[in-house]
Write a protein that binds this ligand. Structure first.
Ligand code: SAM
Length: 200
């Protein structure tokens, strides 16, 4: 459990895995609608920060439906290995990867806090919109440090609440009301979309 201003957010891996399994069939469609596709540019920027080189081995932690992994392979031709708690999300990622490249996405089910990867085996690691679901961010950073080789880099892409006095209330209204309503209506899983808002 994580305490957030007196409110408890349950970040147990079983609950998180099940919740993403539930929304996996509609995740991509809603993600692009609700983010108005601004995430595409953010992903590109995160990959630039990683300074990827062709042939690098990159871990996409909390890979979800695989958008960041696919962008990395398309733009830089690197080898991507994915990790996620949710089988449903991984299955969507594998289908998309196969449609894009005609081969198999190497993805494993597991927890970012205890990754099933050897010490120092990866050149780069990345996590997009996943770190906020982790119950212990310090433990994740230690794990990332362990699996990265010498000179390795980690990119973290995550949402936050804007500080701008005019934009902040609009964003909070969108996050607290619009996102759970549309997400819940389209996916039938209002609780999951409420969790997504609260976790930001
Ligand atoms: C909001 S989705 C983001 C997916 C993807 N990275 C993207 O950019 O669209 C968050 C993903 O993190 C995964 N996840 C959450 N906690 C995790 C953990 N402790 N270990 C591995 N994956 C986790 C969820 O199953 C889900 O697929």
């Amino acid at each position: 459990m994580i305490s957030k201003g007196g409110k408890e957010l349950d970040k147990g891996q079983r609950r998180i895995g099940r919740m993403f399994d539930d929304i996996s069939p509609t995740y991509d469609q809603l993600n692009h609608l609700l983010s108005m596709s601004v995430d595409v540019g953010w992903r590109r920027r995160a990959l630039e920060e990683l300074e990827l080189r062709e042939g690098d081995t990159v871990l996409d932690v909390a890979t979800g439906t695989g958008d960041l992994a696919i962008a990395a392979r398309s733009a830089y031709g690197c080898t991507v290995i994915g990790l996620d708690l949710s089988r449903g999300m991984m299955s969507e990622a594998m289908d998309k990867w196969e449609r894009a490249f005609g081969d198999r996405y190497q993805v494993v089910q597991g927890d970012a806090l205890a990754m099933p990867f050897i010490d120092g085996g990866a050149d780069r690691a990345m996590v997009a919109f996943g770190i906020r679901n982790m119950p212990d961010i310090g433990a994740f950073l230690d794990e990332a440090w362990r699996v990265l080789g010498k000179g390795g880099r980690l990119a973290v892409l995550e949402l936050s609440v804007p500080q701008n006095r005019l934009f902040r209330p609009v964003y909070l209204f969108y996050l607290g009301r619009v996102l759970p309503a549309i997400g819940g209506w389209r996916s039938g899983k209002k609780e999951a979309y409420r969790y997504l808002s609260e976790s930001i």
